[in-house]
Design a protein around this ligand. Sequence first.
Ligand SMILES: Cc1cc2nc3c(=O)[nH]c(=O)nc-3n(C[C@H](O)[C@H](O)[C@H](O)COP(=O)(O)OP(=O)(O)OC[C@H]3O[C@@H](n4cnc5c(N)ncnc54)[C@H](O)[C@@H]3O)c2cc1C
Ligand code: FES
Length: 272
Amino acid sequence: MSLLLRNAEVLFNDPVSVGLYHMGLRCPEIAARIQPGQFLMVRVLETLDPLLRRPFAVHRVYSNDPPTSFEILYRVVGRGTRILAEVLPRTSLSLLGPLGSGFRPPDQDGFMLMIAGGIGIAPLPFLAETLVESGLRGPYVLWFGGKSAGDLVCVEHFQNLGFAVELATEDGSAGRKGLVTQHLEKWMSRQAERPTMVYSCGPHPMQRQVAELVRQLGVKSQLSMEALMACGVGTCLSCSLRCRPPDRGQDLYYANVCQEGPVLLGEDIVWE
Ligand SMILES: Cc1cc2nc3c(=O)[nH]c(=O)nc-3n(C[C@H](O)[C@H](O)[C@H](O)COP(=O)(O)OP(=O)(O)OC[C@H]3O[C@@H](n4cnc5c(N)ncnc54)[C@H](O)[C@@H]3O)c2cc1C
Ligand code: FES
């Protein structure tokens, strides 16, 4: 499907926790087309500096019929996101998208496990809503880890969708103390049922451990991968990631995460 270059109206841009913001954007054409796990390249200022757009996943699409607006959730980490946090309602922001290949629905109904680390929660509510609305009955479980309690946003939203939510924080301020992957392994070993599909988004080391764990269990996983992205459309090669060819031959190749991802099958990624 062709990508769009559109101006969106900022509906709101509010903090949800320390350093975390959510921004509502009105852009009917993108709202109607975007799929869970796809992303947008956002121009944070209408000047030449900063030159590069920044990539953001769509967090939620508001369910008007047809949808007209959506939300992004972002963490302030550098210059671009600092500028974004200052943007006022009614500002017009240039968006390029929908980009990339997002999450796919599972082949069959069953146990859906979602795993998020920190801002990796961003694309999962849109995915969760889409799966639940499509009639897949689950059961649904979210494992969500962060550095501290302030990172664990939108938990209630998942619970309202029918998810069982398990939390972990590195400092122990909410949920179990430690990394989400430390607890996940023990928890998985106690489950009678294996997940039909594992959907995961978070930092590279977390994704690597998730991929290893699901490989041992013989379970399929779809991982939304982080990569530095300059263009978002497959021309700059800044986002390449070593993968195995889809036909499972011995040769390796470099996938452009912005086009073949950001969501890739865990089994296709070569972890370095
Ligand atoms: C497909 C995709 C979807 C994304 N979705 C979201 C989202 O929904 N919410 C969100 O908060 N962030 C998301 N990110 C990350 C976000 O794009 C970066 O945090 C942002 O571009 C940083 O811009 P900056 O100018 O503030 O930081 P910069 O000044 O450019 O960098 C500050 C720090 O952030 C790191 N950084 C920059 N870009 C990335 C990146 N792509 N991945 C990991 N670390 C990075 C840099 O290495 C540096 O340490 C996504 C990234 C990708 C590739
Ligand atoms: S971001 Fe330029 S090729 Fe992927």
